[in-house]
Structure formats: structure tokens, C-alpha cells
Design a protein around this ligand. Structure first.
Ligand code: PLP
Length: 439
């Protein structure tokens, strides 16, 4: 018996004993092709020597130094690198131990910004029904995933919710994309007005929806419209790029492709590529200036914030990403994987949609294509696909029945950027076998 509280209390997962490149090995001699990068975490692949060396060097220099007493070169250099390449004046960086913590920091910095501006009445966040922002209480409250919130409702702040940008399901027949997008923006504006613009702190969204829907990109102009509404009503736009950021969609920041700069950007996953637990919050200069000129401190902090080994690992990951031009490679490999998926599943009777950006791609499964009806949640199809894929040495990230309980099953593919073309073929072949066995 295991003393660990596993995600599924009735199941004990395989024991990972090795990992290199795009593969993870278990203690039974089985090898798994990591087609999901864990949960869209691994960008460089596993066991990269440059990252291991950087971590080793930092551990020898100073494994830990509390950020209340010291800063470190690793944390300073990582922040400088992120700030130098961030769009607009997103040039302040707060380092955390993961994505949820980055979102919590965003909620608190945004709230404190308005308090310091003398607007303490502001307390409302707006988010979308189809979204995941993390599992800590603030981030969980923000997320639209009703199933994940269910047990914890009394502990969660109220969040106003609007429709996701989910054209494949929600754009009406005969409606143009522009009209569909305009409708979403009108709903967001109505929500801001109903809440009272002077009571709203900000709107939070994932530029490409990840874990609640499988790589759903926005429609053209959607985020430009969001930015314009946030400016018009003087509320903040918080972009959750924890999953879709740091090159995963083929550009360093996903929102670059929408021509938009958010006020706060949460990062995680690909920032450290899985080598260490690390996330970050990027903040626009005027927000931090308001705190600096006001109370002089961000009323927040964690024991492991700006952890030097985590910062050294992320710095090394980010340097290799740039040296080896891996963001451009993510765009190229993403296009190749997309073409292979279209070829293999474009006419599959139970694959309703294939979508995404860069190496963040998703398949939405349907009982029948014409009406887009999902499989019954009780079938747990996504869990069966995961089991069948693992039995074939393939890791994919499955989701099911998670948005208001009714949206069906999805598969997310997010392999490391170093994946080869031959390995992409392997992924699609094994996925096809897993689907056939599970359906
Ligand atoms: N935001 C998004 C978009 C995510 O996908 C996730 C994790 O899946 C999080 C936030 C939370 O990050 P973490 O699990 O590192 O706390």
C-alpha cells in the first residue's frame, strides 16, 4: 500500500524511474512517449544536460536564500530575461512556485493596486465559464470548472462569469465569426456594467483554453475587443498563460498572436519546463509603481518565492529555448502535428473538432459528428482513452465532462518542442489505436 495521497485514491500509477528527451521510463521496463509534456509542462524534454548543470551549480552555490533577506543572481537574471522580452511595459516579475500561486499573486496585486489608488470598493473579478486557473482557493474560485469547485463552494469568492470564446460549439449556424465575437464582447460589457465598473477589479482569461476544453483558440479580434473594454471601463486584463505561454503556442506569449498586451500575465509550466516547481507573474510598470509609491510593498509572499534553484533551472530552460530557436520549432512541429491529426482523424466519426495553436493541440470527441453530441459523462471516455494510451506507451492529457458537467471528452496533446517528426507520427498512430480500443 502507498502512503501517498494519489490523485485517484483507488489507483496507484506506474513508478517513473527515468526520463530523457520525450520519453519517461517506469520500473517495469516500460517506456512512455510524453505526448502531453505531462500537463503541457515539458518544453525542452526531460534530462537536458544544460539545465541539470545549471541546477547543480546553483545548489552548490546557494541551494536556498529566503527572499525576505536576499536576492540571487539566478532570480535577477530570470526576471531581466522575462522583462526584456515581454510585450509593452510588462517589465516587472514576481516569482512563485507554480501556476496557481502566480494566479493568486495576480488577484492580490490587482486588488492591492486599486486599494492603493483609493478604490477599496473594488472586489469583483470576471472570468469565463470555460476556464481553469488553478486549484488554490482564489484560483479555483476564478475557474469555470463547476466540477472542480463543487465541494468547496462555501470557501470561494464570488466571481462574475461570462461565456467562453468557443466558436466550434457556440457560434450559431449562419452567424459570422465577427457577429459571434461581437456578441461575446457585448455580454462581457453588460457583465461589467451590471457589476458596476467601479466595483470590478479585472477580467481574467486563458488566451488559448487548456485544461477545460482542449486547446481552444480565440476568434479573430476577441482579445483586441477584451482589451478595449478593459481600457474603456478602467479594469485590469489578466492573461492566464500558465499553460499556453512560454513558447507553447509557437510564440513566446500566446497573446502576441492576438496583438494584445495584458496588464498582468501568469506563467508556469513551460517556464521551468518541469525541472523545478516555478511560476511567475508579469506586471505592467504602472501597477508596480502605484504600490511602490503607495505602501511601498506588495502584501504577499511565500517561503519559496524566487527560489534560487528553481530560478536557475528556469533561466537555463529559457536560455536553451532561445539558443536552439525552439519556439519557432514549436510552431513548425505544431503545424506538422496538426496536419497528421487532420489526416488521421479529420473524417473520424467520433472526432468532432481538431484545434489549437503551435504545440498545444486538442481533439474534441463526439458521439456523432452532425449534432456534436458528446458521449455520456458516465462512460468516462477520457479516462478510458488515457488507460488505453498508457497501455500503448503514450501519454496524452484527457479531460471530460468538466465544464458545467456537460461538454464531453477532449484530448490535449502538448509534446516537448524537441519532438521529432518521426515521433509525431508515433503519437498519432498510437493515439488512433487507443481511441479505437476505448470507443
Ligand atoms: N492556469 C492554467 C491555465 C493551467 O492550465 C494551470 C494548470 O493546469 C494552472 C493555472 C495552475 O497551475 P499549477 O497546477 O502549476 O498550480
Amino acid at each position: 500500500m502507498s502512503h501517498l495521497i494519489h490523485r485517484h485514491l483507488g489507483q496507484r500509477p506506474p513508478v517513473a524511474v527515468g526520463a530523457s528527451g520525450v520519453y519517461i521510463d517506469d520500473n517495469q521496463g516500460r517506456r512512455y512517449l510524453d505526448a502531453s509534456g505531462g500537463a503541457a509542462v515539458s518544453s525542452l524534454g526531460h534530462g537536458h544536460p544544460d539545465v541539470l548543470a545549471a541546477m547543480h551549480a546553483q545548489i552548490e552555490r546557494a541551494a536556498y536564500a529566503h527572499s525576505g533577506f536576499f536576492t540571487t543572481e539566478a532570480a535577477e537574471q530570470l526576471a531581466a530575461l522575462l522583462a526584456a522580452e515581454a510585450p509593452g511595459d510588462l517589465d516587472h516579475v514576481y516569482l512563485t512556485s507554480g501556476g496557481s500561486e502566480a494566479i493568486e499573486a495576480a488577484l492580490k496585486l490587482a486588488r492591492q493596486y486599486y486599494v492603493e489608488r483609493g478604490e477599496a470598493q473594488r472586489g469583483i473579478f470576471i472570468a469565463r465559464r470555460q476556464s481553469y486557473h488553478g486549484n488554490t482557493l482564489g484560483a479555483l474560485a476564478l475557474g469555470g470548472n463547476a466540477q472542480r469547485r463543487r465541494h468547496f463552494a462555501p470557501l470561494l469568492i464570488d466571481v462574475a462569469r461570462v461565456a467562453p470564446c468557443y466558436a466550434w460549439r457556440e457560434q450559431a449556424p449562419g452567424q459570422s465569426e465577427a457577429d459571434y465575437t461581437a456578441g461575446l464582447l457585448a455580454e462581457l460589457e453588460a457583465c461589467i456594467i451590471a457589476a458596476g465598473p467601479r466595483r470590478v477589479i479585472g477580467f481574467c482569461a486563458e488566451p488559448v483554453v487548456g485544461a477545460t476544453g482542449g486547446a481552444i483558440p480565440p476568434t479573430a479580434g476577441y482579445f483586441k475587443g477584451v482589451r478595449a473594454l478593459c481600457d474603456k471601463h478602467d479594469i485590469l486584463f489578466i492573461a492566464d498563460e500558465v499553460m499556453c505561454g512560454m513558447g507553447r503556442t509557437g510564440t513566446l506569449h500566446a497573446l502576441e498572436q492576438d496583438g494584445v498586451v495584458a496588464d498582468l500575465v501568469a506563467l508556469g509550466k513551460g517556464l521551468g519546463g518541469g525541472y523545478q516547481p516555478i511560476g511567475a507573474l508579469l506586471a505592467r510598470a504602472p501597477l508596480v509603481a502605484t504600490l511602490r509609491e503607495g505602501s511601498g510593498a506588495f502584501q504577499h509572499g511565500h517561503t519559496y518565492g524566487s527560489h534560487p534553484v528553481a530560478a536557475a533551472a528556469a533561466l537555463a530552460v529559457q536560455r536553451v529555448l532561445r539558443r536552439d530557436a525552439l519556439v519557432a520549432q514549436a510552431a513548425r512541429r505544431g503545424a506538422q502535428l496538426r496536419a497528421l491529426l487532420d489526416e488521421a482523424f479529420g473524417a473520424h466519426p467520433h472526432v468532432g473538432d481538431i484545434r489549437g495553436r503551435g504545440l498545444l493541440l486538442g481533439l474534441e470527441l463526439v458521439r456523432e459528428r452532425a449534432g456534436k453530441a458528446p458521449f455520456a459523462p458516465a462512460l468516462q471516455l477520457h479516462a478510458r482513452i488515457k488507460r488505453q494510451a498508457m497501455a500503448r506507451g503514450l501519454m496524452v492529457y484527457p479531460m471530460g465532462g468538466t465544464v458545467d458537467g456537460e461538454r464531453g471528452d477532449h484530448i490535449l496533446l502538448a509534446p516537448p518542442f524537441i519532438v521529432s517528426q518521426a515521433e509525431l507520427g508515433e503519437i498519432v498512430g498510437r493515439l488512433g489505436e487507443a481511441l479505437d480500443a476505448a470507443l
